[in-house]
Ligand binder design. Sequence first.
Ligand code: NAD
Ligand code: LMR
Length: 360
Amino acid sequence: MQQQPSPEVNANQRIARISAHLDPPNLQMENAATVSRLNCRAKGGAAGFKVAILGAAGGIGQPLALLMKMNPLVSVLHLYDVVNTPGVTSDISHMDTGAVVRGFLGQQQLEEALTGMELVIIPAGVPRKPGMTRDDLFNINAGIVKTISEAIARCCPYAIVNVISNPVNSTVPIAAEVFKKAGTFDPKKLLGVTMLDVVRANTFVAEVLGLDPRDIDVPVVGGHAGVTILPLLSQVKPPFSFTPKEVDYLTDRIQNGGTEVVEAKAGAGSATLSMAYAAVKFADACLRGLRGDAGVVECAFLASQVTELPFFASKVRLGRTGAEEIYPLGPLNEYERAGLEKAKKELAASIQKGVSFVRK
Ligand SMILES: NC(=O)c1ccc[n+]([C@@H]2O[C@H](COP(=O)([O-])OP(=O)(O)OC[C@H]3O[C@@H](n4cnc5c(N)ncnc54)[C@H](O)[C@@H]3O)[C@@H](O)[C@H]2O)c1
Ligand SMILES: O=C(O)C[C@H](O)C(=O)O
């Protein structure tokens, strides 16, 4: 005689039959009594883009991860670092926003972190301490950006790449050389993030004028270090005229905004919170472009023919394939023309340094 199943087994079988009816087999929980994070029903988030942050456990990386998790255009968020990603990922993943968050730790997980990504944001690398220039970071950060770029070329060659790691004037040429070697270079998709210069320029100009920074738009061209940061105050929108003293004050403050923060932090790093804000502003513009929104225009440092230099920051229109249009600099006044010459001289050397690092 067959033994009767216990009432409890019967109940479980009923649940299994009902859920088999309701759910596709691969989404069923094998046993309703042992739900875990691995067998629950997450489908991979709402519609949106797949974004990776490399250097996600750092001073910029953590608030950047927080803000990208809040961005409704992001469906999957990969957080990669060489330290501390399990904690950061666990923490961020509890936020009740749409993006599904996954963490990746150490170089052996870099390829997995990048596979399938549509936007890759790179704040990996060391920051300045007082007395240092951004170029002083080259020796460490050049190698980090090179390794990461090689992995991007292998795993997500069509992704838009936002480079934050300094010195941006050299790290973007490094990434470009790596992509050229791999045969994956698309000049529209490799973008150095100079958004913080624009954010600062809008803030400082608004302070001088006694206005709301959200109503101000200052184009900042050139590069992202000292005199290569060239605010075009003659092209501020809406148009305002400044006294020569105001122009000197504003140009100096915008060019040295990074140093202002480094000195205030007194050895504890450089801008992280304002940078995360700026990085998200720029990443969001890239995602809106990818989605097909019209009229998305921001400044970025990229391969360009706007000047005789191979890379230059200027206004670009972001679209489905990246920076689809690069705008000319427009009419410059005498002060800005002199600034442009200084900027080009320093930029040329920084670009060459990055190119030689990969070609050597
Ligand atoms: N473009 C800009 O406007 C701008 C603004 C601010 C800072 N930065 C630059 O951003 C970088 C990061 O600054 P931060 O304040 O976040 O520094 P941080 O030291 O706080 O964080 C950097 C993170 O990168 C990680 N990292 C180091 N090597 C790595 C590797 N090989 N792969 C992945 N991750 C790695 C570290 O573990 C750390 O978590 C610096 O180079 C800084 O100069 C750029
Ligand atoms: O100044 C730095 O070193 C960091 C960053 O480039 C900035 O502009 O804040």
